[in-house]
Design a protein around this ligand. Structure first.
Ligand SMILES: O=C(O)CCC(=O)C(=O)O
Ligand SMILES: [Fe+2]
Length: 325
């Protein structure tokens, strides 16, 4: 019987009985083939030996995702339809984006084409400007540039755990306002990749998405582990603080969250599929490839409404002054 070692970063530590059963057409009580290799000492894992178009253990993948927060699968070459099938097997795909139109044939897919303004060169967590942000994202490389275009992630769970205890206590029950700012990451108004009309339409549609209040510290719905849940992409301010206090505190938290020790940098290869736990990470698509082609496709999976350590539940506040900045 082939058994896999547990716990070493360079040894496989998961069991894919279903995969084996698929490959050999018999039910076998064996561990097999999938190999997990940790990417940094903090988070992230590359999973080898799984074909995401065929039989794989969804439950195992979700467990691995919650453990490692970012999963890398190489050589998958998923079509848009494969990507949607995969996302459906892992959870419930959301529409592509609250205001940005989806793929013409697959409304769940958000196509990020750099030459059309789809560059997310800003630290953010996906879609935190709604009361129930996605639980996870599944990103497929459609066209990878010859150089550059890496994506970075940070582990906001470790970021929370590594704060000084006094600071952890100070922020534990704070809330923050998040709001959509599509032009901040979907091409600035001066970005020629986005037409003036498209920029105006995105801006007008975004005005219809009300600001939301989230806990600054989010308790993970599956693991119960707290993480920092503010991000430079969408968090505008901490509720009830002066501008000076809020800007200063957020700047401190962002500097802490984006320290290189909490980061992972992914060099894309054709065929790659990346998944991340969107409840405990932020990411940044590095814009260092000039005008060359770069296209990725994303599907987000529906999440639960965030809660804080004190039980606070995210919502759109009825008192509009809460969100005024
Ligand atoms: O382009 C990338 O690498 C990541 C883009 C992004 O922010 C996303 O897919 O949510
Ligand atoms: Fe993103």
């Amino acid at each position: 019987m082939l058994l896999l070692a547990v716990g070493s970063p360079h040894k496989p530590d998961i069991v894919y009985q279903e995969l084996l059963e698929f490959r050999y057409g018999v039910a076998m009580n064996l561990a097999v083939s999938a190999k997990t290799t940790q990417i940094t000492g903090v988070f992230g894992a590359e999973i080898d030996g799984v074909d995401l178009r065929r039989d794989f253990a969804e439950g195992e993948v979700l467990t691995l995702l919650e453990k490692h927060l970012v999963l890398v699968f190489r050589d998958q070459f998923l079509s848009p339809a494969d990507q949607v099938t995969l996302a459906r097997s892992l959870g419930e795909p959301t529409p592509a984006h609250p205001v940005v139109p989806g793929h013409p044939d697959h409304p769940e897919i958000l196509v990020l084409d750099a030459q059309k303004g789809g560059k997310n060169a800003r630290w953010h967590t996906d879609v935190t400007f709604v009361a129930t942000p996605p639980a996870a994202s599944v990103l497929v490389a459609e066209h990878v540039p010859d150089w550059g275009g890496d994506t970075m992630w940070v582990d906001t769970r470790s970021a929370y755990e590594r704060l000084h205890p006094a600071l952890r206590d100070a922020i534990r029950d704070l809330r923050a306002v998040h709001r959509i700012s599509p032009l901040a990451y979907w091409g600035e108004p001066f970005d020629t990749a986005l037409s003036r009309e498209d920029a105006q339409k995105l801006h007008e549609d975004s005005l219809r998405v009300p600001p939301v209040v989230h806990p600054v510290v989010r308790v993970h719905p599956s693991t119960g582990r707290p993480s920092l849940f503010v991000n430079p992409g969408f968090t505008s301010h901490i509720v009830g603080m002066s501008r000076t206090e809020s800007d200063g505190l957020l700047a401190l938290l962002y500097a802490h969250m984006t320290q290189p020790e909490l980061a992972l940098r992914h060099r894309w290869r054709p065929g790659d599929v990346l998944m991340w736990d969107n409840r405990a990470t932020m990411h940044y698509a590095i814009d260092d490839y000039g005008a060359t082609e770069r296209i990725v496709r994303r599907v987000t999976l529906r999440g639960t409404t965030p809660t804080g350590p004190d039980g606070f539940v995210s919502h759109v506040p009825s008192d509009p002054t809460v969100t005024v900045r």
